[in-house]
Ligand binder design. Sequence first.
Ligand SMILES: C[S@@+](CC[C@H](N)C(=O)[O-])C[C@H]1O[C@@H](n2cnc3c(N)ncnc32)[C@H](O)[C@@H]1O
Length: 278
Amino acid sequence: MLSSIMAAARGVYAGRLATTSPLLNVGCGNRFHAAWTNADLMPASPEVLPIDLRRRLPFADSTFAAAYSSHVLEHLTPLEARGFLREMQRVLRPGGVVRIVVPDLEGIVRGYLRALDEAACGADTEARWRHRWMTVELLDQMVRTQSGGAMGRWWSCTPVPCLDLIQERLGAEATMAIASQQARTDRTFLDPVDILLAPAVSDREAMAFAARGERHKWMYDRVSLADVLRESGFTEPRPMTAVESRIPAFTTYELDADASGNILKPDSLFMEAVRPSA
Ligand SMILES: C[S@@+](CC[C@H](N)C(=O)[O-])C[C@H]1O[C@@H](n2cnc3c(N)ncnc32)[C@H](O)[C@@H]1O
């Protein structure tokens, strides 16, 4: 792995990375397909190119027919996001499609308001847990000071409060993360009422954590994501479903939904836009 990272880094030093596919997946994490050029700050595999999308992308102008980035934009400041999308535009061919997937701020807020109304109606304990979960979904990734945050603590409680709602909202990936959390033998018992009580960390630890990129620095809905795409030079921003795309054969790569059509991150807003031809 080290040798392939160094070889790729030499390519960066030379000014550009060799690409083998006209499809680009940036910030791929461990969700990537071999038919794509995959890139991430922390490559999960030797097939993934090391890249920092806050800098100029190491690809020539008009290299790609399509570019995709899932659950990455919200980890950038609005300024960094604008720079990144402009770079995506530059490396796309005229007429090329960008597909951006982010947690859907509108969906979270609507879910929160629904849960709030139900919890405010009476003494239903389940409804109060659902309300508390939606508050965590809305805020935790913006304020946490330790990896996993309140979500991680929530997922290590036994039983997991309002597990059905979490699985419905966050889908298969969260279900797997919860199962692996529950299987940990080093898990300490946590009373669910203490989930929000994050252990204190020093200012230094908090700053080091903030620099690691796990936190969300902004969030988007179908209006603001379309705006930032337009402001970055794209046209025709359009919300999509997980299984709908202007990228040919997109569903066959199983990036947003598996072969059975199960949506991998159902809390998402999927949006595509086009690099203008002239
Ligand atoms: C929440 S994960 C999403 C991973 C994958 N795209 C998915 O949808 O499951 C965010 C990914 O963005 C990557 N990332 C964060 N900041 C980055 C940066 N500055 N440059 C490149 N990748 C970055 C992280 O390493 C991580 O793999």
